[in-house]
Every structure is written in structure tokens, then in C-alpha cells.
Design a protein around this ligand. Sequence first.
Ligand code: ZN
Length: 69
Amino acid sequence: MLGECEHEYLEPNEEEIVQCSEDYILFRVACIRCGMVGFAGGDIAWNPTYWEDEAPESDSQPHNPIPRG
Ligand SMILES: [Zn+2]
């Protein structure tokens, strides 16, 4: 039956990482059916990065005081 394997592999974990760059990652995987070793990976679609705004210390006064009347 050699040559007919569809090559299934388990979800790779961090220990199987063979290459990891800013936007690309590569895992070493082994087929759970025939044991063949291969590689799986691809581009990483990073989520947008959010940075907390630094609160300006000299601007603690309210900008829009509610007018009373
Ligand atoms: Zn296989």
C-alpha cells in the first residue's frame, strides 16, 4: 500500500518548530499512518498590534466640563 498514504499528522507543538521568523513558521511533522517525516508551515497572519496609549501626566484636567444652567 506504499504510495497511497494520504499523510495525516497530529497538530504540531512548539517542540517541532524548525523555523520561525517574523511572518513565517515551519514545523517538522511525521505522518501518523506511515511515519514519513515532512514539513508543514506557512505564513503567519499576525493580528493587528495594539499599544496602550501613554497617559499624559500633564493633561489630567477634563476637557469638556458639563455646563450647568
Ligand atoms: Zn503517510
